[in-house]
Design a protein around this ligand. Structure first.
Ligand SMILES: O=C(O)C1=C[C@@H](OP(=O)(O)O)[C@@H](O)[C@H](O)C1
Ligand SMILES: C=C(OP(=O)(O)O)C(=O)O
Length: 429
């Protein structure tokens, strides 16, 4: 049944959003490679991360759930993984497929990775190319599409200029390089999320993070120390609630324990420039990641231009920024974001098509969009999620500002990243 979201004028309360999706994937993978037992708290138990969890369990390490979000993982060391008997299912998760391809390319066994109809359309040539230069043997369908089959090899180190600022691509190379001896250098066109680097450093790996490159230092034999981490709240999930509280007429919303890593917090810079009324409170650091509480109040917004190096630092927040733009005074311009076209769906096309059904003035560009605001939105229609969790959640927040509400088809996909989204939204209204 379609998800019905009614208009709301007040957003208030205190909430916590679930654990960060990117850090959750990486915690599972690194814990499985560690020498000894890791304890992870605050793991995101959403479909995407559970795919990574099930795949790692199929590769040998014992994974025990203690309670919600809390897991013990018995690491097998960098050489301890075993061949899985069946196809490894990544579901809807690009992060699982790209990171695990890097990891599996360096094992001494064979693996096959597949996923759902959305993942089977996403570009994998970008990882196959550098991994092949390292000596990996990876087969794909035409044009580098999954399923991927991988005959693990002893790989060699690499110096690589990333053609796109992609944390998944960077992480695939780093995971593949862990068992190589010489130095691996990855040069980024713009900084993308740096969780893999931070976590590898925390785990004792000799790695240098510079402004434009990452250097995995030469090492005869690397060791990963077990993790003891509490995963911060996901800023990409918090963004939907921050937007709801900004767009409300009344109320005040406090979101506790959100990860505000610089490489992820472009959204906060954009809403600040738009004139949003919010405060960052109780800043602290845990396991190499910055965390804070975010207090948000109703705000009057102005349009801004979003382009260049900030894009990778807010890539997943662009759909919800597009929603904010509808209610901002002036023309919002988003450029340099062609990556939006190869996410779970073509997010530019999806936003433009659905916004137009509501009479919103929006134009698509090859690498972004332009939105004129502020606009009154009548609503009262049914929109589509395009099987994309971020489109579904962005439309749900938009619905709060319509006169008649919206109904959203295909909202089950929200389970891939934010299982309690609907419940939390109902709580703050
Ligand atoms: O590394 C990660 O955890 C992610 C990287 C980004 O993708 P790209 O690397 O394709 O930019 C982002 O969109 C995705 O949600 C998660
Ligand atoms: C793009 C996303 O994830 P992934 O690439 O892991 O599917 C996302 O969560 O918005």
């Amino acid at each position: 049944m379609a998800y019905q979201v009614k208009p709301a004028t007040k957003i208030s309360g205190q909430i916590e959003v679930p654990g960060d999706k990117s850090i959750s994937h990486r915690s599972i993978i690194l814990a499985a490679l560690a020498e000894g037992e890791s304890k992870i708290e605050g793991l995101l138990e959403a479909e995407d991360c559970l795919k990574t969890l099930n795949i790692m369990a199929d590769l040998g390490p014992e994974i025990v759930k203690i309670k919600a979000g809390e897991y013990l993982i018995k690491g097998q060391g960098l050489n301890g993984l075993k061949e899985a008997k069946n196809i490894l299912d990544c579901g809807n998760s690009g992060t699982s497929m790209r990171l695990l391809t890097g990891l599996l390319a360096a094992q001494d066994f064979y693996s096959v990775l597949s996923g759902d109809h959305s993942l089977l359309k996403r570009p994998m040539a970008r990882i196959i190319k550098p991994l092949s230069q390292m000596g990996a043997k990876i087969w794909s369908r035409k044009k580098g599409l999954a399923p991927l089959s991988i005959q693990g090899q002893k790989l060699k180190a690499l110096k690589y200029n990333l053609p796109v600022a992609s944390a998944q691509l960077k992480s695939a190379i780093l995971l593949a390089a862990l068992k190589t001896e010489a130095e691996t250098v990855i040069i980024e066109p713009a900084v993308s999320r740096d969780h893999t680097e931070r976590m590898l450093k925390e785990a004792g790996v000799d790695l240098e993070i510079l402004a434009d490159r990452i250097i995995l230092k030469q090492a005869k034999k690397r060791r990963i120390k077990p993790l003891r981490s509490k995963i911060p709240g996901d800023i990409s999930s918090a963004a939907f609630f921050i937007a709801a509280a900004i767009l409300a007429k009344k109320g005040e919303l406090l979101i506790k324990n959100v990860g505000i890593n610089q490489t992820r917090s472009g959204f906060l810079e954009v809403i600040k420039a738009m004139g949003a009324n919010f405060e960052i409170l109780n800043k602290k650091e845990e396991a190499g990641e910055k965390i804070a509480d975010i207090l948000v109040r109703p705000s009057t917004l102005k349009a801004v231009e979003i382009k260049g190096k900030i894009i990778p630092r807010l890539i997943d927040e662009l759909p919800i920024i597009a929603v904010l733009a509808v209610f901002a005074e002036g023309k919002t311009v988003i450029k340099d974001a062609a990556e939006l076209r190869v996410k779970e769906t073509d997010r530019i096309k999806a936003l433009v098509t659905e916004f137009r059904k509501l009479g919103i003035e929006i134009e698509a560009q090859a690498d972004g969009m332009e939105i004129i605001g502020p606009q009154q939105v009548e609503g009262g229609v049914q929109l589509k999620s395009y099987y994309d969790h971020r489109i579904a959640m962005s439309l749900a927040i938009l619905a709060l500002k319509t006169k008649q509400g919206l109904s959203i088809q295909g909202s089950e996909i929200i389970m891939t990243s934010f299982p309690n989204f609907k419940k939390l939204l109902a709580e703050v209204i």
